[in-house]
Ligand binder design. Structure first.
Ligand code: MTE
Length: 323
């Protein structure tokens, strides 16, 4: 861990207990989230590769997602869009250059250490996680803090299921995540401008929310390197930078962990980073966004359209100061 990044205390009144969280309604049902197997019959033309961006003649066709749309009826982005427009600063800050540089990265073998304030610390191989947990499709909107968005058919499992397996202690209040540090394979990590490795964090009750997943794939195939192979976080109601890629360490901690973007620019990137059209970034509006593949801008939805499911996590909090 980079010791330059410090911890920040948070009042316990901000933390919803796990039991309070689990008594909430059945999110999976409400969101129409079902297993990939159950969705296969729903294959529709929109889930096929877009002919305008699809594979070139002679190339293997793009994989198909089981779902053609998200629960709001918006079409999933094409595999080509999702894998050729990426934020992954470990490779480059050029979104269209990540796919070119990431093939050198080797995501196998891979282990994830899960420890800290837990009764059963454990190091899991990626194949252990694939065997332990059902991999289900979740079609989520990804809203980047830079005001662009996509709809992505992820494959993965709930973060809460992994946390339960290591038995967090009652003193654990936050979860800290860390990306792999491999400057030989990730040229962007040679940049002195960022405090590598990339780190992120969630409050424990946020981490237990059923919408928070660890993704192992997209479009029904294993995760491409540029999207964070072999394991990345996806928290759909928060700005994309919270969804940390290529995770090697998950630590349960007592104090709010430092995060890379917050450490660099605390007035621009808060710890919570909930999508909020009413709280602008100091340098641009967050009221609207550009959906990749669309011409006109669309309005940004509170909590990225997941308000009904997640607003309770922030009851009583001032979302302007806790941005
Ligand atoms: N994780 C790491 N380790 N490094 C990064 O640069 N970028 C974040 C997030 N996770 C990033 C990261 C940002 S800003 C966004 S918007 C999403 O990844 C983009 O995910 P995608 O490329 O799969 O669309």
């Amino acid at each position: 861990m980079d010791n330059k990044l410090k911890h920040v205390a948070v009042p316990s009144s901000e933390i919803t207990s796990e039991s309070a969280y689990f008594s909430r309604r059945d999110f999976l049902k409400a969101m129409g989230i079902v297993s990939a197997g159950a969705l296969l019959a729903a294959c529709a033309p929109k889930s096929q590769p877009d002919p305008s961006t699809g594979a070139a003649p002679g190339e293997a066709p793009s994989p198909a997602a089981s779902s053609a749309t998200d629960e709001l009826g918006d079409p999933v982005n094409s595999f080509e869009e999702i894998t050729n427009y990426n934020n992954y600063y470990e490779f480059t800050t050029d979104k269209e250059g990540v796919a070119r540089l990431s093939p050198k990265f080797n995501p196998k073998p891979w282990t994830v250490e899960v420890g800290g304030l837990v009764h059963k610390p454990q190091t899991f191989g990626i194949e252990d996680l694939l065997a332990m947990f059902d991999q289900k499709e979740r079609v989520y909107r990804l809203r980047c803090v830079e005001a662009w968005s996509m709809v992505i058919p992820w494959m993965g499992f709930e973060l809460g299921d992994l946390l339960k397996a290591v038995e967090p202690m009652t003193s654990a209040k936050f979860v800290r995540f860390e990306t792999v540090y491999r400057p030989d394979e990730m040229p962007g990590q040679r940049s002195p401008f960022y405090p590598w490795p990339y780190q992120e964090g969630l409050r424990l009750d946020e981490a237990y929310h059923r919408l928070a997943i660890l993704a192992t794939g997209l479009y029904g195939q294993s995760l491409p390197n540029q999207n964070g192979a072999p394991l990345r976080l996806v928290v759909p109601w928060k700005y994309g930078f919270k969804s940390i890629k290529s995770i090697v360490r998950i630590e349960l901690v007592e104090e709010m962990p430092a995060t890379l973007w917050n450490a660099i620019a605390p007035n621009e990137y808060g710890f919570y980073a909930n999508v909020n059209p009413e709280v602008d970034h100091p340098r641009w509006s967050q009221a609207s966004e550009r959906r990749i593949g669309e011409f006109s801008r669309r309005e940004t939805l509170m909590f990225n359209g997941y308000e009904e499911e997640v607003a309770g996590l922030y009851a009583g909090m001032d979302l302007r100061t806790n941005y």
